[in-house]
Design a protein around this ligand. Structure first.
Ligand code: MTE
Length: 473
């Protein structure tokens, strides 16, 4: 057992089963996922932005009430004694179940319907040019189920007929590509493929938190993040197939087929590494329409905007293209008022997903702190966890697999003694880069940026068990 403070506040245990350790288990109440009604969301959509803050506050208040009730109930229940769910026949054990293929494409249990992608009300004017956040607080392991993958569309999503989809490779000048080609989906699907697990994070993830605490749960602070197994053909293979001059080329331009004119410059080194994929598969099946069906670019380690969806063209050239989504958007506002362009690698970052904001620790006792870490520069080397706001740190266990440019799950046993605690995680990647605190990040980058916020997240556990979002400099 590792005591982090002499006064015994919130202790981390590295060995939860040490003799004499109190392993009576703590219970956790999930975040109030459905705290906004459809009517309230509609009102926010009509421009009542101030409503956002009020709604989140109401939700927080509701959690307090629920948490208090939960603790009272817990005290009066002796586990197992007189439990009707043990003593009586259950309906599911004494009746015929559903037939096979009752749901030809399987769906999650109805009891899990609270776990869903969600919009942050009032964030954007129209839902077609918006974002939905992945419910990180309810996921296990590292793979995001395809139906819960976050979405970011600049002009809505399309369900393109794959028989009519075309993918073209050409050159900025004829000498860059000897034989420009147009591929159909059939052409692409017959080529040798690779399957790799990678995270995708929008450059704007955690963007609302640059200046101050803005949103209550990990779904909204970090949910523009997902991880899948992607299947596709390395872009390098296709460029070689077209006779591209990979010595003369220094950049390629990727272009989407939707109405948003999404175009992004990709440095040729990334393509030559073989990591950039023209992908059609996601978690063993075709991409979901929301995620770019039937073709998207996969650019491991790079911010999500470069993962061009509904990919229709790649142009080979010798200079950055300075398109609207790299010259004026997805740029870093620096403290001196200048903007930094082409900073597209997602630096090392981590977040505790449980316990996390909006949840309530119903009892004191044993919990497993669990979270996600990732780096756009390779593998995660270690994650340290603090329960006292960064005064003391303990190394967490990294669950396997630990893969390059992929999410890594970390866990650490924790015995909550019922006293206030400040939970943090701090990741280090294979390059030795250590995730910064808010003080360090703001000193370098100011507090008015939107993109590339990889600061250490703090969750405050109050004495009554409520977990909330706070920032520590
Ligand atoms: N590609 C096209 N064609 N159109 C888009 O709007 N959005 C980009 C990128 N690719 C976008 C696109 C942005 S900003 C992000 S963060 C990712 O797609 C999001 O991918 P996802 O919706 O699959 O999560």
């Amino acid at each position: 057992m590792t005591k982090l403070r002499p006064d015994g506040e919130a202790t981390l245990r590295t060995d939860p089963l040490a003799p004499g350790a109190d392993v009576s288990s703590g219970r956790l109440r999930r975040a109030p996922e459905n705290f906004l009604t459809p009517e309230e969301i509609r009102q926010v959509g009509q421009g009542r932005r101030a409503f956002l803050r009020a709604s989140f506050l109401t939700a927080a208040a509701a959690t307090v009430a629920v948490g208090t009730r939960g603790r009272a109930a817990a005290a009066s229940t002796a586990v197992g004694v007189g439990d009707p769910d043990i003593l009586n026949p259950t309906p599911w054990g004494s009746s015929l179940g559903q037939p096979v293929a009752a749901s030809p494409y399987g769906l999650p249990s109805k009891h899990e319907r609270g776990l869903a992608r969600r919009q942050s009300p009032g964030l954007t004017q129209v839902a077609a040019a918006s974002v939905s956040f992945a419910p990180l607080q309810g996921l296990f392991g590292i793979i995001t189920p395809s139906g819960l993958h976050f979405e970011r569309h600049h002009q809505g999503w399309q369900d393109i007929d794959p028989t009519r989809h075309r993918f073209m490779i050409d050159g900025a000048r004829p000498e860059f590509v000897k034989t420009p080609k147009v591929y159909t989906m059939d052409d692409i699907l017959r080529l040798p493929s690779v399957s790799r697990m990678h995270f995708i994070e929008c450059g704007a993830n955690t963007g609302m938190e640059w200046g101050n605490v803005a949103v209550p749960t990990v779904q909204y602070t970090h949910g523009m993040l997902s991880c899948s197994e992607f299947t596709g053909v390395p872009l390098r293979t296709l460029l070689e197939d077209c006779g591209a001059d990979l010595k003369a080329a220094t950049y390629v331009l990727a272009e989407g087929g939707d109405g948003s004119s999404m175009t992004r410059t990709i440095p040729i080194e990334l393509v030559l590494s073989g990591e950039v994929l023209v992908a059609y598969g996601q978690n063993g099946e075709m991409l979901r329409p929301e995620n770019g069906y039937p073709l998207r670019l996969v650019v491991p380690g790079v911010q999500g905007v470069s993962w061009v969806k509904w990919l229709r063209r790649v142009e080979v050239g010798d200079r950055p293209y300075a398109t609207k989504d790299e010259a004026v958007h997805y740029i870093d506002l620096m403290p001196d008022g200048q903007h930094r362009q082409y900073t597209s690698i997602q630096e090392c970052k981590s977040v505790i997903t449980t316990p996390s904001g909006g949840q309530t620790l119903v009892d004191k006792g044993y919990f497993t702190i669990s979270g996600l870490a990732w780096s756009g520069r390779g593998t995660v080397k270690r994650v340290d966890v603090s329960v006292d706001g960064g005064v003391n740190w303990v190394e967490a266990t990294l669950q396997t697999p630990v893969l390059s440019k992929c999410l890594t799950r970390f866990i650490l046993p924790w015995n909550w003694d019922g006293k206030p605690a400040l939970l943090q995680s701090r990741a280090t990647d294979e390059t030795g880069f250590v995730q910064p605190g808010y003080g360090q990040l703001r000193a370098a980058r100011g507090s008015r940026s939107i993109y590339h916020n990889n600061a250490i997240q703090t969750w405050q556990v109050a004495e009554n068990g409520d977990v909330s979002n706070v920032q520590i400099l």
